[in-house]
Write a protein of this length. Structure first.
Length: 353
C-alpha cells in the first residue's frame, strides 16, 4: 500500500515447509523472486513481502522473538507463528545471504524498540496503571496467620512451580523444533549439492567421450596429413629431376645465345662484304640467299629461345607452388600435433582426478 515503503530488496528462491510432514521444503515458485523488507509508518511495523504473479508468496510481519538462521552458505530460514509456517530462502551467493541476515537483525531490533515504545505509551495513557505504591493491597499469599492461609500459600506455590515447569517444557520443545527444522534445511542443502555433483559427473563423462571422439578424428586427420606429406616429398623428388632439366635448358639457352651472337657477327660481316661485291651478280644472289637463310635460322633460334624461357618460367612457378604447399601442410601438422598433445594432457589430468 501507499503507506508502506520498501527499505531493502534482493532476489532468492522461496520455499515453505511442508505443513503435513514438517520435514520437506516445498518450492513456492520455479524461478527466483524479489524479496523485500517493507516499513509501515502508520502502524510502525516491519514486514517481509514477496509476490509471485498476483499472489503474495511471503507476507510475514517481523516480531522481536523471530530468528533468522543460516543453515548453509546460501540458504537461510525463519519461523512465522502467525502464518503457522517456516519460510526458507535460497540465495545466489553467500554475500546476498549475509546482507539479508544483517537486514533481518536490524529490522528485528527496530521492531523491538517500536514495541517497547508502544508499551511505554500505553502505560502512560492507561489510568488503571497509575497506582502508587501505597495503594497496592497486600497479597494474601504473603500472610500466613492460620492453617487455612498456610494451605493457600502452598497451593499457589505449587501452581507457580507447575506453570514454570510448563513454560520450561514449551521452551525446550520450541528449541527442539527449531533445531529439527535446521537439520532438515541442512539435509535439503546437502541433497541439492549431491544432485549438482552427480550432474557435474555426468557432464564430465560426456565431455570425456566427446574428447575421445575428437582425439580419434585428430589422429585420422594427422595420418591423412602424413600421407599428403609423403606425396609432396615424392613430388619434390620429381622436382629435383625437373631442376636438372632446368640446368640443361639453361645450358642450351647459353649455347643458343652464343650461336645467335656468332650469326649476328657473320651477318654483319656479310653485309660489309656485300658493299664491295656489287660487280659479281651471281655472288650477290648467293649472298642474299645465304643472308635470308641466316635470318630464317636466326628467327628459328629466337623462337626456340622464347620457348625455352617460357618452359623455365613454368618450371619455376610449379616448384614454388609445391614448396608453398609443403610449408602449409607442415604448419597444419604442427598445429594438429600441438592440439593433440593438449588433449592428451587434459585426458591425463581428468583420469588422475
Amino acid at each position: 500500500s501507499c503507506r508502506e515503503q520498501p527499505i531493502f530488496s534482493t532476489r532468492a528462491h522461496v520455499f515453505q515447509i511442508d505443513p503435513a510432514t514438517k520435514r520437506n521444503w516445498i518450492p513456492a515458485s520455479k524461478h527466483a523472486l524479489t524479496v523485500s523488507y517493507f516499513y509501515d509508518a502508520t502502524r510502525n511495523v516491519y514486514r517481509i513481502i514477496s509476490v509471485g504473479g498476483t499472489k503474495a508468496i511471503i507476507n510475514s510481519t517481523i516480531t522481536p522473538n523471530m530468528t533468522f538462521t543460516k543453515t548453509s552458505q546460501k540458504f537461510g530460514q525463519w519461523a512465522d507463528s502467525r502464518a503457522n509456517t517456516v519460510y526458507g530462502l535460497g540465495f545466489a551467493s553467500e554475500q546476498h545471504l549475509s546482507q539479508f541476515a544483517e537486514k533481518f537483525q536490524e529490522v528485528k531490533e527496530a521492531a523491538r524498540l517500536a514495541r517497547e515504545k508502544s508499551q511505554d505509551k500505553t502505560e502512560l495513557t492507561n489510568p488503571a496503571l497509575n497506582i502508587t505504591s501505597h495503594q497496592v493491597l497486600p497479597s494474601p499469599i504473603i500472610s500466613s496467620n492460620g492453617p487455612g492461609e498456610d494451605k493457600l500459600f502452598r497451593s499457589q506455590s505449587a501452581d507457580v512451580e507447575i506453570t514454570t515447569e510448563k513454560e520450561r517444557l514449551k521452551k525446550m520443545l520450541s528449541e527442539g523444533s527449531v533445531s529439527e527444522v535446521q537439520w532438515e534445511a541442512e539435509f535439503f542443502s546437502l541433497q541439492d549439492n549431491n544432485n549438482k555433483l552427480v550432474a557435474a559427473l555426468h557432464e564430465a563423462n560426456a565431455n570425456v567421450d566427446q574428447w575421445k571422439k575428437q582425439l580419434a578424428a585428430y589422429q585420422e586427420e594427422t595420418e591423412t596429413l602424413r600421407q599428403r606429406v609423403a606425396e609432396l616429398e615424392s613430388q619434390g623428388a620429381h622436382d629435383s629431376s625437373s631442376e636438372n632439366n632446368k640446368e640443361e635448358l639453361s645450358q642450351t639457352l647459353e649455347e643458343l645465345e652464343l650461336l645467335i651472337k656468332a650469326k649476328d657477327e657473320e651477318i654483319q660481316m656479310l653485309k660489309s662484304q656485300k658493299c664491295g661485291r656489287w660487280e659479281a651478280e651471281g655472288e650477290r644472289e648467293e649472298t642474299l640467299q645465304k643472308l635470308q637463310e641466316l635470318e630464317a635460322r636466326n628467327a628459328e633460334l629466337e623462337r626456340r629461345l622464347h620457348l625455352a624461357e617460357q618452359t623455365l618460367a613454368e618450371t619455376l612457378a610449379e616448384r614454388e607452388k609445391i614448396q608453398n604447399e609443403v610449408t602449409k601442410v607442415a604448419e597444419i601438422m604442427d598445429v594438429k600435433i600441438f592440439e593433440l598433445s593438449e588433449i592428451r594432457q587434459g585426458l591425463a589430468k581428468l583420469v588422475e582426478s
